[in-house]
Design a protein around this ligand. Structure first.
Ligand SMILES: OC[C@H]1O[C@H](O[C@H]2O[C@H](CO)[C@@H](O)[C@H](O)[C@H]2O)[C@H](O)[C@@H](O)[C@@H]1O
Length: 613
């Protein structure tokens, strides 16, 4: 039976990640990086597009899964009429060739098992040439073009219909370890892995990291699991963070809203930085901050809204026409043309993130401040332009209210950088522009009849980004315009209690079809409720959202509340960042909590007013 998105779990080595289904099949893996071609692409097609299944030969065993505490080492337990077996899936901390390790442990009885490896490099297309490893090394070496994968097996293997298979039995107490390594095909076969030592090292590294996640009251476990997920989406060599490890999981089954998320959006990643600061992981935040500074260096007019994980700038979009897509959702896209868009909010997110990082001890160096100043110079020139905004529509630019608010936030944090930390800059000019932008938004982005801010200047529609206004500190939460905006979002965008980004049936975005409720926006409503004193509603919604996580604590980008199914790329950093932030918002009640969330140290703030006094 075809798996649903929530049937998958994530494993990874902070350079790439794989999705493992409840049936023991690894259906998605891009090697050696998150954004490399997939060698297992069954997720977006059929088993013939590449997968690696290990599971009981019996049909439909009972399945329970969990991560080993504080890690992304996955344990899947299969119950069969013949007995029970546990499959342990993980990717070692990289120390040489990348590996995927699968350990089969007999728990009860004697269970007949089947292993089936179908390697298809380049997103499910290229069938490799397979040779046996030399005597004494049971396994195979598979090569196609630049790619090589090497399977080492504790049981005999055979070829069958362009696949490598094995049938074996595992008895109680017995343990069998399969390893799959990746290497460029021009290099020698990677040496065997010392799986026991690598397991100990990997487990200790994850546990150590997770153990440092700060408490979030009754929500500590959920926050810790999301923090671990965010760590797994971090590309360790550079500090870049992917929005999700997948491409083209549909925002609605069968429609065209399918995107490649294996890149680093400044917005998503700065939100992740803020979440990591809150979890207490200042070193991870530093790595991302350094990535950000390196990547955005150059002409300020060429700063992009997203980059490759090593800072690559060209992310041209193309369609993988040989893949039918998840549940037939075509096209499958690689690359993302959103990289060419203008999204003014990134300036505010960037200035806010660096400001908050500074407040948490990551000093703004003179070189960083010079770069920030040049970005501010550029923003002063372009802030009035229409843009694509954070929802990245593909039809036309508009003056999005959220984009202008974030331009205001950039000015606000720049001013505060001078006021609070003595940084140098044109204080009076920035203060004046901050005031001008604030006044313009309150004039053109607010609909007095509705008593609500609106999606874009002149529109009567709301979108869910407006929920962020009190969090950003644009107006105090008590302001009637904020309360009116929350009411308008509740009226227009709630679907079965979850928040949609905007009404696709009322506003054009250049795309056909509909989409599900957006999970990050639903967490933003939790924040908005909490900030406006509606704590009981905030807690109730947060608990509901936590209950939507799958059995191993993962969330996709969107959710279909009626069909009860996850939608969109998976697992999605945006959703997990919002879960972490809302958890701390609910757990913290003191004034420091609000300061940290808004990034506004106490001080005179004529526009933001009482919320931050
Ligand atoms: O649905 C339209 C857009 O969807 C993607 O963008 C969304 O995901 C981004 C990454 O998480 C997020 O930063 C953005 O705010 C979301 O709208 C996709 O990448 C776009 O190309 C697409 O137009």
């Amino acid at each position: 039976m075809a798996l649903r998105i929530e049937d998958y779990a994530l494993i990874g080595d902070t350079e790439t990640a794989a999705l493992v289904g409840r049936d023991g099949s690894v259906d998605w893996l891009c090697w050696p990086r998150f954004d490399s071609g997939a060698c297992f692409a069954a997720l977006l097609g059929s088993p013939d597009h590449g997968r690696w299944r290990i599971g009981p030969a019996a049909r439909e065993p009972q399945v329970r899964r969990a991560y080993r505490d504080g890690t992304i080492i996955l344990e899947t337990c299969f119950e069969t009429p013949e007995g029970a077996v546990m499959l342990v899936d993980w990717m070692p901390v990289r120390n040489g060739a990348p590996h995927l390790v699968r350990q089969v442990i007999g728990q009860r009885g004697r269970v007949p098992m089947r292993m089936e490896l179908t390697l298809r490099f380049d997103y499910g297309r290229d069938v490799p040439w397979v040779t046996q490893l030399p005597d004494g090394d049971e396994g195979i070496c598979a090569i196609a073009g630049p790619d090589m994968a090497v399977l080492r097996s504790p049981v005999p293997l055979r070829g069958e219909d362009m696949r490598t298979v094995a049938e074996f039995e595992v008895a109680e107490g017995q343990s069998l370890t399969f390893t799959l390594a990746y290497g460029p095909s021009h290099l020698p076969v990677p040496p065997p892995l010392d799986a026991e030592a690598a397991a100990a090292e990997t487990e200790a590294a994850w546990r150590d990291w997770a153990g440092k996640v700060e408490e979030a009251g009754p929500w500590t476990e959920a926050v810790r699991r999301s923090a671990v997920t965010l760590k797994a989406l971090t590309y360790r060599p550079t500090g870049g963070i992917v929005a999700a490890p997948t491409t083209s999981l549909p925002e609605w089954p069968g429609n065209e809203r399918n995107w490649d998320y294996r890149y680093c959006w400044l917005r998503d990643a700065t939100f992740t930085l803020l979440a990591l600061l809150r979890t207490g992981h200042v070193e991870d935040a530093r790595a991302w901050r350094d990535w950000l500074l390196r990547t955005t260096m150059g002409s300020p007019s060429q700063v992009q809204i997203m980059y490759g994980i090593a800072g690559e700038r060209r992310l041209s979009e193309w369609q993988v026409d040989w893949l039918p897509g998840f549940e037939g959702s075509k096209p499958v896209r690689v690359g993302n043309n959103a990289h060419r868009q203008l999204q003014l909010d990134i300036y505010g997110e960037l200035m806010d993130a660096l400001h908050q990082a500074h407040r948490r001890g990551l000093a703004i160096t003179p070189a960083a401040w010079d770069l920030q100043r040049s970005l501010m110079d550029h923003l002063e020139k372009v802030w009035e332009e229409p843009d694509e905004g954070l929802w990245e529509p593909r039809d036309r630019r508009r003056c999005f209210t959220h984009s202008k608010v974030m331009a205001w936030a950039a000015l606000d944090r720049a001013v505060r950088g001078i006021e609070a930390f003595g940084l140098e800059g044109p204080l009076d000019r920035w203060r004046a522009l901050r005031k001008t932008i604030h006044a313009e938004i309150c004039d053109k982005g607010y609909d007095a009849d509705r008593g609500s801010f609106v999606r874009s200047y002149g529109s009567r529609e709301v979108d869910a980004s407006l929920l962020l206004l009190p969090t950003i500190g644009f107006l105090p939460p008590e302001d009637p315009r904020i309360r009116g905006t929350i009411a308008a979002v509740e009226q227009d965008l709630l679907t079965d209690g979850l928040v949609r980004r905007y009404r696709t049936e009322h506003v054009s975005d250049g795309l056909s079809g509909r989409e599900g409720a957006f999970l990050a926006c639903s967490f933003w409503l939790v924040d908005a409720y909490a900030l406006t004193g509606r704590r009981a509603e905030a807690v109730a919604l947060y608990e509901r959202l936590l209950a939507l996580r799958n059995d191993v604590g993962l969330l996709s980008e969107e959710y279909d509340p009626r069909g009860g199914a996850m939608l969109g790329n998976f697992p999605q950093a945006f959703s997990h960042v919002a879960l972490v932030n809302a958890g701390y918002t609910l757990a913290d009640t003191g004034p420091e909590a609000r300061q940290l969330r808004t990034g506004t140290p106490a001080g005179p703030d004529p526009e933001a007013g009482r919320a931050h006094a």
